[in-house]
Design a protein around this ligand. Structure first.
Ligand SMILES: Nc1ncnc2c1ncn2[C@@H]1O[C@H](COP(=O)(O)OP(=O)(O)O)[C@@H](O)[C@H]1O
Ligand SMILES: [Mg+2]
Length: 251
């Protein structure tokens, strides 16, 4: 097994090819029905997205050579700034692309970005996990919402492009600092309860009060803040602002 998410198990079936299979609990439970819906949604959404350099292929998936971005950041804390800035731009490109296809991801987080060596030595990002996504035109809804600092309770239970852009701001912050917004150290929580407690006590009260971590010192910090403050109308606007902020900073 390569990895396990909330709905799927990822296995390598041959070199460079990964298979995402549903986790089956008891066959007919509500959870099984939700996961079956996620797989159906993801299959149809990947078909609609077609081939794009920022999207992994699948549900027989091309295996990303370096796993997910969260694990990569945790195990490569000295990744240089140029690479981190490139990743921010690639995340914005991926979200701009899916939104242009009428798709809301609705579960943006570093674990749903894959690090893939497309050209030798490169570490490029691809967005994955469309099981929770929404496509109004196709009538698809995977009924997922992000959690942790990639979600803000002001969005309630509604998936929206602005919710994706909010999560994108938190992903930029995590890429540039190595830690989740409001988390004091990198790495995982000891337990899910610890994470939930931290969200309720620290993250969501601050977000609800429109308070965010200081980003003044970060390159592109103004873009992160505008994502959090819901001041970009579209991912394209955010991508353009990011490119302007990063002019001359990338290696
Ligand atoms: N194509 C892939 N190549 C390598 N690893 C992958 C691939 N797809 C998913 N994974 C790994 O499996 C994990 C779970 O996959 P994901 O599609 O996010 O499923 P879930 O819906 O269960 O969260 C990802 O966080 C990543 O670490
Ligand atoms: Mg996932």
């Amino acid at each position: 097994m390569l990895d396990c998410g909330s709905s799927g198990i990822i296995d390598r079936v041959s070199p460079g090819v990964a298979l995402k299979e549903p986790i089956i609990y008891l066959g007919q439970t509500e959870v099984d029905k939700r996961i079956a819906n996620c797989f159906s949604v993801e299959r149809q959404i990947l078909k609609r997205l077609g081939h794009h350099p920022r999207i992994g292929d699948g549900i027989l998936l091309a295996e990303a050579s370096h796993g997910n971005l969260q694990a990569y950041l945790d195990s490569h804390p000295s990744t240089n700034l140029g690479q981190r800035l490139t990743w921010c731009r690639q995340v914005a490109e991926a979200i701009d692309y899916i939104h242009s296809c009428g798709i809301i991801h609705s579960d943006l987080r570093p674990a749903n970005l894959l690090v893939h060596e497309i050209t030798p030595g490169a570490r490029d990002l691809q967005l994955c996990d469309f099981g929770g996504s929404v496509c109004q035109e196709l009538g698809l809804d995977g009924f997922s919402l992000p959690d942790g600092p990639f979600y803000n309770p002001v969005f309630k239970n509604e998936s929206s492009t602005l919710l994706d852009l909010f999560g994108m701001g938190s992903i930029f912050y995590t890429i540039l600092t190595g830690t989740w917004p409001y988390k004091t150290s990198p790495g995982r929580f000891a337990s899910i309860d610890d994470r939930l407690d931290w969200e309720e006590r620290i993250v969501y009260p601050n977000f609800k009060a429109e308070k965010f971590p200081d980003v003044g010192h970060l390159p592109g910090g103004n873009v992160i803040l505008k994502c959090w403050m819901r001041q970009f109308a579209t991912a394209r606007d955010a991508l353009t602002a990011l490119e302007e902020a990063l002019l001359g900073l990338e290696e």
